[in-house]
Design a protein around this ligand. Structure first.
Ligand code: ACO
Length: 331
């Protein structure tokens, strides 16, 4: 049975840097508060006219080049986002068109911050089943256009950023290489802990002026509840993945956690008893780009020479839903 190897990684972030200082012009906040609670120093926001599909295209071409492949070599696209360019159709088909290819399936996946890990699990199943050999997996997010930049929305607005990350997944018969296992979870009892009530197909029309005036189209979050669950679920699912493969935390060479908050990643690292150099953090520069954080962080780690053939790499995510999961792979 073939296994799934990551043969190329890439990313794209907008060139517009938004510092904490800039945010103080829009809302009552401070650089000290943001850095102390989240570790974030700056994030990227798209300029008017940039689409998720275009960011995804740039990240994808970067990943394809890294893999030594052309868009025409792909058998399928899996795209994870919670901020699609349009309600209908999904961003996946726009990406396919932007890449200049036709025919291959474009699967849109909605699992918020866990989107890349969920997508890797879906792609891995296709590859193991022998249905496809080369799959493009993308996480892309435009958060900036959906944030409440008034003081009312400051707890969330300071966290999120825009960006795209991509990976080329290819079937390999190489002994000892590729995805060892994937582990996905969800608990819908917490769906409203981090959510956006509008726009909603439960209502006709899907958004009203009244709901907008009340800010009910902006995401809201119980930050403490998210924090509490993230720092227990992430270590738990990493341990689950390790146990399934007869491995321990000492075997991990690199942990790439979803970049939710530096304090969350730091607590996860300590709970797993991993040294700092084995955990990738780049939230300081990009904020939380939701489905894009893991592929961006992975691509940067690869570019920085932090991943070597044979390394045991663990990707772990937690997010709105709640959804969470981990992937263990041999590079
Ligand atoms: N600037 C200044 N003050 C703020 C800001 C801000 N941006 N946001 C909130 N505050 C204020 C609050 O209003 C509150 O004021 P009060 O005491 O007068 O009521 C005070 O700061 C403390 O607020 P808390 O919510 O108690 O602050 P806390 O220490 O819990 O930190 C935070 C908030 C950073 C959101 C934290 O709960 C957290 O990290 N939660 C995890 C959420 C997360 O990472 N979400 C990412 C998306 S989900 C995911 O990716 C997994």
């Amino acid at each position: 049975m073939p296994r799934t190897a990551i043969t190329g990684t890439g990313f794209y972030v907008p060139d517009r840097v938004v510092t904490n200082e800039e945010l103080t012009r829009y809302m009552d906040t401070s650089d000290e508060w943001i850095v102390e609670r989240t570790g974030i120093q700056e994030r990227r926001w798209v300029r008017e006219g940039m689409s998720g599909a275009e960011m995804a295209r740039r990240a994808s071409l970067d990943a394809l080049q890294d893999a030594g492949m052309e868009p025409g070599d792909l058998d399928a696209i899996v795209l994870a986002t919670l901020s699609p360019d349009h309600f209908l159709p999904g961003t996946g088909v726009f990406l396919q068109r932007e890449l200049g290819i036709t025919d291959i399936p474009a699967i849109d996946l909605r699992a918020q911050c866990s989107g890349f890990v969920y997508g890797l699990s879906v792609a891995d199943a296709f590859i193991r089943a022998g249905q496809y050999r080369n799959i493009l997996l993308v996480g892309v997010e435009i958060q900036s256009t959906g944030l409440d930049l008034s003081t009312r929305g400051r707890d969330i607005a300071v966290l999120f950023g825009d960006g795209a990350g991509a990976a080329v997944l290819s079937a390999t018969e190489e002994e000892g290489r590729g995805v060892l296992s994937t582990h996905l979870h969800a608990d819908g009892r917490h769906a409203e802990v981090l959510w956006a009530e509008f726009s909603s197909s439960k209502h006709h029309p899907r958004i009203t002026a009244e709901a907008m005036a009340e800010g009910r189209h902006y995401p809201t979050m119980d930050g403490r509840e998210v924090f509490r669950n993230a720092v227990s679920r992430m270590p738990e699912v990493v341990e689950e993945a390790l146990a399934a493969n007869g491995l321990t935390t000492a075997d991990i060479d690199l942990l790439v956690p979803h970049q939710a908050n530096l304090r969350i990643s730091e607590m996860v690292r300590r709970r797993l008893d991993l040294p700092e150099e084995k955990v990738v953090n780049n939230i300081q520069r990009y904020g939380n780009t939701t489905a894009a954080t893991i592929p961006i962080a992975l691509a940067e780690a690869v570019d920085d020479g932090r991943v070597h053939p044979g390394d045991l790499v663990c990707l772990v995510a937690f997010g709105s839903g709640f959804t969470w999961g981990a992937v263990l792979l041999r590079w």
